[in-house]
Design a protein around this ligand. Sequence first.
Ligand SMILES: [Fe+2]
Ligand SMILES: [Fe+2]
Length: 166
Amino acid sequence: MVFYRMKQFYWAIIAKINKDDVDFIKYILNIKELKLFNKLSVQEQKHSVKVAYDVQNICNNKYKAVNINLLLKGALLHDIGKIYGRLNIIDKSIVVLGDKFSRGRLKKFSTNKKINVYYNHAKLGKKLLGKIEKDDRLLYLVENHHNEKIIDDLELDILRYCDKRN
Ligand SMILES: [Fe+2]
Ligand SMILES: [Fe+2]
């Protein structure tokens, strides 16, 4: 876990969107989705692209039955709710550590907007995307990408797995 956090921190510092990433993003997202995506911080954009690359690799190798187009969109847009309160890398480290040491209590007592966005970004993202998307399945994936209670949903499992790795 600590290793993951360190890796995330490292990637967040050096995050850059390159030409290949841009081509990939444009291939998957439509104009409206792209407009939203571009409002994410570069770090969040890079994270989302990496999640999508992992989704692609995993699905090409193993899961031929899943709806890859849907899942790639889900991967790129899963954290879109974070555009409401962009956390910089220092904010994020503080929230992650605060959450760990308070054993989740930070969530209940915080009135800080950024912290609330951090905890509610999945729901916020679903609401925001709902304005431009008709696909309920996509909205469902975004809304539940941190919901560990849902099991037996292969596409959600793949998304969560790839999210955690990045
Ligand atoms: Fe998330
Ligand atoms: Fe994520």
